[in-house]
Design a protein around this ligand. Sequence first.
Ligand SMILES: [Zn+2]
Length: 166
Amino acid sequence: MIRRKKFIIQILIISLPYSIPLPATAQRSVSIPLARLSVTSPFGPRVHPVTGRPNNHNGVDLAARSDPVFSVLDGIVIETGNHPNLGKYVRTLHGDVEIIYGHLSRLLVSTGATVTVGQPIGITGATGRVTGEHLHFSVKFNGRYLDPLKFLRRLKEQSNKPLNIE
Ligand SMILES: [Zn+2]
C-alpha cells in the first residue's frame, strides 16, 4: 500500500511538465525561437560560465549570430528592458505561460505590443553578463521555470504544424 502511494507520487512528479494547460493558440500554431536550435548550455544545475560558481540555469542557451528571434506563440509583450545579467530582453505572455528572450542586440517590439507566432521580436546579441553571443530562452508557468526544450516538444505534439526540432 505504501509502495503504491509512492509510485503514484513519482508518476505525478514525472508528468508535471506535461500537464501544462497550454494556451488555445498553441494548439493551432507554434514556432521555434531561432531558425536552428543548437544548445550551448542546458536547463538546470550548472557551473555559471562567468562566475564559475554552481547555480541553477533557469532557461536554455542557444547558439546564435545576429539571428532573428521568433515569438514562439501568439501573445503580448509584457516587458522589454536592459538588465545587467540578462542584457536586452523581451518578456511575452501567452495565457499562463511566460517566455523570456535575453542577451539580444536589438529589440523589435515594445511593451504592450501584440505578437503573432513566428514574428521576429529581436535580434540575438551578447548584451548583459555573457561570455559570448547566444540566445537565453526561458519558459515560466505559474511562477515556475520549465525546461524550455521539453516545453517546445510538448507544444509540437499538440500542434498540427511541423516544427523543426528533434
Ligand atoms: Zn542562459
